[in-house]
Design a binder for this molecule. Structure first.
Ligand code: SAM
Length: 503
């Protein structure tokens, strides 16, 4: 192993989410590491890794990372930086510099702007480096970075940088994904579609890897499924809202036509991004009435339950008791009642405890009234360990916290979770206080899924029915496009697999 120091340069956004994302990725790739410098609000962290491959693995998934640089020297002044570089052993350079290898030196600054002339004069100060190759500004073999950090306060920029770094660029993070998966160009979005950055952070914190089975029980427009499928997860979702899953809610784009296009759906998004092979189905179902077969085992649950702001917190139920006659069962639309946040989170955690594999993660948002917050009030369960808890502030009074819970052991029957009593009404009232906020039914589908080498293989047309319980009373769920889904799944697996079922 060749341990080296790497500089991680983070995008200046979602600061609290950096460590959970990077630590989750270190765990996904089973990478050993030592933190040399890791300070939450500082955009530059230094980590010691056993190989360059480890650095590229982290960068291949991280959306917090701007880029990763092999760190050759770090200093508080220019003089100190040059002094350190001059005494570096020759092997440091021999690996990367030769007459055949082109190079480029780039000056980057944080919280300051330098003129082109200033940058060039800084680059010239490094002329003592034993670089032999020719300059190639567009596509060099080796890219060297001079990085200057001028602090975090753009109203008070110091004359000289506070920290200087010099190193060799290794890999960019996944910031390009933000444009690729942007909601602006996504086929189907809703009022509460999660932005790609937070969706990817959630998928990374859930440690989703190729072949995982992932569920979003409050799926909405399926943004979280996009992120999960991007990392190879096979995705499933449920939502109580028929109109949402059929792409028939009011259009969410202000400038758009009055009607949605006919083919807007979670499925259409998957197709748009070339992820249709990872799509299992989305199902109209009430998460308070679990539809899943007892044997369903999930690798991850990522979800954003409703907080009662833009989406009502509701479940199927009635204050009256009534029986539906046989003839009306087929077309009956059940009434809904309020689903208290406390009960919603207790149900969600209970569901996670029963259906996650040990080691699997539940990553979900929890609305918070900031003045009442303490960690003990977060939803919890004895079988779920709170791994991370990051705040995204929504207003002076409210925020939401992304909690990452990992299942540590199988439950025994008596173990119950807890959740605090914050009602959706109270959260809503605080959210809108003083108007200052700026917020940021499965008809059984025949098929069979089994796991082979970490991949799900569809055997003929018997999957959702094996994952869902048979329901014979008042139906809390119905299928949206599972038949279509199976048809498309057929395209991503060899036809022989599909023929085996004998359907
Ligand atoms: C905050 S939105 C989720 C948005 C989603 N992450 C997206 O990117 O579009 C919450 C969703 O939960 C759904 N929902 C509300 N109550 C539900 C329930 N009892 N069971 C299942 N879904 C429910 C709503 O219809 C809504 O689509």
């Amino acid at each position: 192993m060749c341990w080296r120091k790497y500089l991680m340069w983070f995008a200046n956004e979602h600061v609290q989410f950096r460590l959970p994302e990077i630590e989750s990725l270190l765990s996904v790739f089973n990478i050993q590491y030592n933190w040399i410098h890791q300070e939450i609000s500082h955009p530059f962290w230094v980590i010691e890794l056993p190989s360059e491959h480890a650095a590229t693995q982290i960068a291949s998934r991280s959306v917090s990372l701007h880029c990763c640089v092999e760190l050759w020297a770090q200093a508080k002044t220019e003089e100190e930086l040059h002094r350190k570089l001059r005494v570096l052993p020759a092997e440091q350079f021999q690996l990367h510099f030769s007459a055949e290898k082109s190079f480029r030196i780039k000056v980057d600054t944080f919280c300051n702007k330098l003129s082109q002339a200033d940058k060039i004069s800084k680059i010239e100060n490094f002329s003592y480096l034993p670089i032999e190759g020719h300059v190639n500004l567009k596509d060099p073999d080796v890219c060297l970075n001079i990085i200057e950090f001028y602090g975090l306060d753009s109203n008070n920029i110091p004359k000289k940088p506070l920290d200087l770094y010099f190193g060799r660029w290794v890999a960019n993070g996944q910031r390009d994904l933000l444009a690729k998966l942007s909601l602006k160009t996504r086929k189907f979005i809703g009022n509460t579609s999660m932005d790609p950055q937070l969706s990817i952070l959630m998928a990374n914190q859930a440690k989703i890897v190729d072949g995982d089975l992932v569920l979003d029980p409050f799926v909405g427009s399926g943004s979280l499924l996009v992120a999960a499928a991007h990392f190879g997860g096979y995705v499933l979702g449920t939502d109580i809202d028929y109109l949402m899953l059929h792409g028939r809610t009011r259009p969410s784009r202000i400038q758009s036509k009055k009607q949605r296009e006919k083919d807007e759906s979670v499925w259409a998004n998957m197709e748009q991004y070339g992820m249709s092979g990872k799509y299992l189905d989305v199902v109209i179902a009430d998460s308070s009435l679990p539809i899943w077969h007892d044997s369903l085992t999930l690798d991850a649950i990522i979800t954003d339950p409703p907080y009662g702001i833009r989406e009502a917190t509701e479940r199927i139920g009635s204050t009256k008791s009534y029986t539906i006659s046989e003839e009306h069962l087929e077309t009956h639309i059940p009434s809904k009642i309020e689903y208290g946040l406390q009960h919603m989170y207790m149900d969600l955690l209970q569901f996670a405890v029963y259906h996650l594999r040990v080691g699997g993660r539940l990553v979900c948002w929890v609305p918070i009234i900031r003045e009442n917050y303490c960690e003990e009030k977060l939803p919890s369960h004895p079988c779920l360990k709170l791994v991370y808890n990051c705040e995204q502030v929504l207003s002076s009074y409210t925020s939401r916290r992304l909690i990452t819970l990992e299942k540590t052991y199988e439950p025994d029957e008596l173990q119950q979770g807890t959740a605090s009593e914050t009602s959706a009404r109270e959260f809503r009232a605080k959210f809108f206080k003083y108007g200052e906020e700026k917020q940021s039914r499965a008809t059984s589908v025949p098929n069979q899924i089994f796991r082979e080498n970490g991949l799900f293989v569809m055997l003929g047309s018997r999957a959702m029915s094996h994952l869902c319980k048979q329901q014979d009373s008042d139906r809390p769920y119905s299928s949206t496009n599972s038949v279509k889904c199976l048809g498309l799944l057929a395209t991503s697996y060899p036809p022989s697999h599909l023929l085996e079922s004998g359907d």
